[in-house]
Design a protein around this ligand. Structure first.
Ligand SMILES: Cc1cc2nc3c(=O)[nH]c(=O)nc-3n(C[C@H](O)[C@H](O)[C@H](O)COP(=O)(O)O)c2cc1C
Length: 162
């Protein structure tokens, strides 16, 4: 069983970029789509969000996450998606990775960004999940998520070959 898990900080009706890519991957791979959310609410105001998340990055914060109702023993493959924040994945993703035993599983990281591509996220993923197989990541520019179908298909095809 494969799972597409993506970090989502949107409030109410607002939808983000990462969910668009996550939905496409889930549809193409017939995987279960699961949002990963922090217990806390992140500010909707962009400048305030920058301040709050900058502080989290600096303080190496580990925000609490909403528990996931997933049986990890049945999931061998994890597509892990996130927006790049300050060159890395959001700190709630670090919380998830540190609290979940993903040893023996294959992780396909993907992100949306506005220039940093995958940043330091894959390096940090390898550090936090030394017992997992980390595949080549897929970076998608946030403003281009609606046109990302071909890039996703190429990425998935490359994975099947390897
Ligand atoms: C707090 C914050 C920090 C960000 N830091 C970066 C960054 O370091 N590099 C980058 O390329 N984009 C950065 N971005 C842009 C986001 O990665 C990009 O807009 C992404 O598509 C947002 O996805 P979402 O709508 O799913 O949250 C940042 C955005 C926010 C809100």
């Amino acid at each position: 069983m494969a799972v597409v898990l993506y970090f989502d900080h949107s409030q109410g009706q607002t939808t983000g970029n990462t969910v668009v890519v996550a939905e496409k991957i889930a549809a193409l791979t017939e995987s279960q789509l699961v949002p990963l959310k922090a217990e806390k609410s992140y500010p909707e105001d962009y400048q305030t969000l920058l301040q709050v998340t900058k502080a989290e990055a600096t303080n190496q914060a580990r925000p609490e996450i909403i528990p996931l109702a997933l049986d990890w023993s049945k999931a061998n493959t994890l597509f892990l998606g996130y927006p790049i924040w300050w060159g890395r994945f959001p700190r709630a993703v670090a919380t998830f990775l540190e609290n979940t035993d993903l040893s023996g599983k294959t992780i396909y990281p993907f992100c949306t960004h506005e220039g940093s591509r995958l940043g330091q996220s894959v390096t940090e993923l390898q550090q936090l999940c030394p017992q997992s197989t980390i595949q080549t990541g897929l970076p998608v520019r946030g403003s281009k998520v609606q046109q990302s179908d071909q890039a996703i298909k190429n990425w998935l095809a490359q994975m099947t070959v390897n």
